[in-house]
Design a protein around this ligand. Structure first.
Ligand SMILES: [Zn+2]
Length: 93
């Protein structure tokens, strides 16, 4: 009984992490992107600006790459963001 409880406590956060990460992966694509700025014709690649609540590498609220395919490859580094800026923007909606 104690063992079961200990196992549950140990496994649950890992499971939760996988589930929430999986959630982001299913959102992979346009659901987390608010705006795309294709500046390839100006030699400045592609910019994907996120909807409030998401961040790339815990640094910036967008992805910037040479191509859309490269942008998509960066989605695995996108996590949920609860910074002041995101929260304020979410409330405004
Ligand atoms: Zn944020």
């Amino acid at each position: 009984m104690v063992y079961t409880l200990a196992l549950t406590v140990a496994v649950f956060p890992a499971l939760l992490f996988i589930l929430t990460n999986g959630d982001i992966m299913t959102k992979f694509g346009m659901e987390i992107v608010e705006e795309i700025s294709d500046e390839r014709n100006m030699g400045d690649g592609v910019w994907l600006y996120f909807k409030p609540g998401y961040i790339w590498q815990r640094e910036v609220h967008q992805i910037h790459e040479d191509t859309l395919a490269k942008c998509k490859a960066q989605f695995k580094y996108v996590t949920v963001c609860t910074c002041e800026q995101c929260v304020a923007r979410q409330i405004k909606r």
